[in-house]
Ligand binder design. Structure first.
Ligand code: AMP
Ligand code: FE
Ligand code: FE
Ligand code: ZN
Length: 281
């Protein structure tokens, strides 16, 4: 029973519609998939309809970008109430900040090459949660780079001259918001050090005390040492250990089902959630 609890659609930086993600997940042989777009739940409705149509289980989720002392942390929220006002306000602020940040990055890039904010918006669905992948896509369209990956390795790199950060709340406050909305929270790719600095075990210990439910242990960006560290930490802190693809359609190499979560762990997530049901209900 393959279960993949981390995917993205065009509502954020994936390249497929929520419905296409559901049918791709079915074709990949998954029984359950979670849609976890960055800082938005706008894809939930379309995903729910499509999941029912293709006959796949759906966990409706989100991935929220946080920061702890300047270190990026991504929290996956599962099965929270999408209408919770405090949560809605928080992710709206995040999406607004993502847009102004993209505008500022484009302004910086435009000093040295031909690129407009409109070029970036043209790569994204209306109302999408805008990220560097959209700027990358615009740079590919312009012929400046060959791929998203090349853009990230060069012009969009956090230590490069064009990088601007976006609003990222502390993980404790997002954990509180998601939990209050009946969600269950798993820390995404906690030790993906190629993406940037990662937090120490003591930070995760603090989040576990604050209600963190699990760690995404099996992920493409984790090497053997990261998996061993995640596994040991999850066992020590009594956290669930998940595995997922972090699928972005054609935007990344990650393939649906390349890492999976056990049915027992999914059952725990469903058991602890009270915001919205896993589908079919
Ligand atoms: P942002 O949140 O806008 O700073 O952009 C980070 C997003 O870019 C993450 O969600 C990743 O999925 C994506 N990303 C990071 N590195 C790469 C890469 N090398 N190729 C494609 N997408 C990437
Ligand atoms: Fe992404
Ligand atoms: Fe992430
Ligand atoms: Zn992700």
């Amino acid at each position: 029973m393959p279960i993949d609890l981390h995917t993205h659609s065009i509502r954020s930086d994936g390249t497929q519609s929520p419905a296409e993600v559901m049918s791709s997940a079915r074709s990949a042989g998954l029984d359950v998939v979670a849609l976890t777009d960055h800082d938005t739940t706008a894809g939930w409705g379309e995903a729910a309809d499509a999941a029912a149509e293709v006959g796949i289980g759906l966990v409706r989720g989100i991935e929220i970008s946080c920061a702890h002392e300047g270190i990026s942390i991504h929290l996956l929220g599962y099965l929270q109430d999408p209408a919770n006002p405090a949560l809605l306000a928080e992710i709206q602020q995040a999406r607004d900040s993502r847009r102004s940040r993209a505008r500022r990055m484009v302004e910086a890039l435009a000093e040295d090459l031909s690129l407009t904010y409109e070029d970036v918006l043209a790569t994204a669905a209306p109302e999408a949660s805008i990220g560097r992948p959209h700027i990358a896509d615009a740079l590919v369209t312009k012929g400046v780079v060959a791929s998203r990956d090349e853009a990230f390795a060069t012009l969009l790199h956090p230590r490069g001259p064009y990088y601007v950060s976006h609003y990222a709340p502390p993980p404790e406050s997002v954990l509180r918001l998601l939990t209050a909305a009946g969600g269950v929270v798993v820390m995404a790719h906690p030790f993906a050090h190629r993406r940037g600095r990662v937090v120490g075990d003591e930070v995760i210990e603090g989040l576990a005390d604050a209600g963190l439910a699990g760690l995404e242990v099996w992920h493409r960006d984790h090497d053997a040492a990261a998996i061993a560290r995640g596994d040991a930490l999850a066992a020590r802190l009594g956290l669930l250990a998940t595995g997922s693809s972090d699928y972005h359609g054609a935007g990344k190499l990650n393939r649906l089902g390349e890492n999976t979560t056990s049915p027992a762990v999914l059952a725990q997530i469903v058991e602890r959630a009270s915001g919205t049901p896993v589908l079919p209900a």
